[in-house]
Design a protein around this ligand. Sequence first.
Ligand SMILES: NC(=O)c1ccc[n+]([C@@H]2O[C@H](COP(=O)([O-])OP(=O)(O)OC[C@H]3O[C@@H](n4cnc5c(N)ncnc54)[C@H](O)[C@@H]3O)[C@@H](O)[C@H]2O)c1
Ligand SMILES: [Zn+2]
Length: 356
Amino acid sequence: MKKIIVKLNDRSYPIYIGKNILSNKSLLGNIKSEKFAVVTNKKIKSLHLSKINNASIKNNQIILNDGEKYKNQESIDKIYNYLLKNKYSRDSCIIAFGGGVIGDITGYASATYQRGINFVQIPTTLLSMVDSSVGGKTGINHSLGKNMIGAFHQPIAVIIDTEILKTLSKRQFSAGMAEVIKYGIIEDKKFFNWIRKNTEKIKMQDPESIIKIVKKSCEIKAKIVSLDEREKNIRALLNLGHTFGHAIENYLGYGKWLHGEAIACGFLIAASVAIQNKTMSISEYDQIKDLIEAFNLPTKLPKNINVEKLFKIMLLDKKVKNNEMTYVLPKNIGKAYITNKIKKNIVIKALKDHVK
Ligand SMILES: NC(=O)c1ccc[n+]([C@@H]2O[C@H](COP(=O)([O-])OP(=O)(O)OC[C@H]3O[C@@H](n4cnc5c(N)ncnc54)[C@H](O)[C@@H]3O)[C@@H](O)[C@H]2O)c1
Ligand SMILES: [Zn+2]
């Protein structure tokens, strides 16, 4: 089993990574809590809940509906109701057992129930293992915007059992790979090249390769979060491709493209802006494109997409300040930068060049 620490002074916490580690009684057993409750959905419950070796969890389950559309206040109320009816105190702990949707909802409920209780993340999708379970961003959607309500609230532990990925669909797995590739582009060229060399092994879910990508991703995220928990500066690098990606998700209608698919195409649009800005070479762009393609992620936007309309949606992004767009761009593979000096026509060209 591997262990990484997210260093945040008295709120530091461990990330445990390994195969079949959910059967290890001591991981949850060592956590001090008056009472536990697990939050999950029906699908994950039937596939994997029995793997968690903890008696208290057998009798204390909050089962939410499956899907992004349930990442809302109603699900939060369902959790509050359960905790209140069953007299959960401030010394209890809730466990998020699921993908990013369950993790974000459970984290937000724990941030707000009785002004904040402990929570543990046990992520079950690749995306949640390498990204959403680490870093303490929690929240729900509002009818007027995605992820618009939330809180920073760090978990007290993250437990990643890579065996659980076996039941994840290929499409969801690839979407998670987009975030993994992102870490390579923004921070670690060696890791990027390792992914290129080991694509087939990763796709076959070779256990050692999976542990390697999850560990490396968590190390990079943990380091960045430790340096900038509240996204005042460098944490924003984790948003590479996301301004474009969020706009694509919104334009096409949420769910049409998965988040990972939209940001993967977003990396290429960002790289293309960087080429025009003379900070990136075409050969590096091609390396990113080849890797995205190797994981069956999209490299082009659907035809007939209206680029001006897409750009307008980008301006609605919460990262826009004083009407100035902030972009995260790759400098080269392994290094990224943040700038608000990019002219609209450059971005429009990059978008146009990526329409099928
Ligand atoms: N908090 C953060 O920092 C952060 C970062 C990135 C994304 N997010 C959020 O994460 C959410 C997306 O997360 P996601 O991609 O994990 O989606 P998800 O949680 O909706 O999971 C995708 C689907 O896979 C199913 N599933 C989960 N684990 C499975 C398994 N092991 N086997 C089979 N099926 C399984 C789920 O039930 C669901 O149907 C979005 O709401 C996004 O906003 C948050
Ligand atoms: Zn993302």
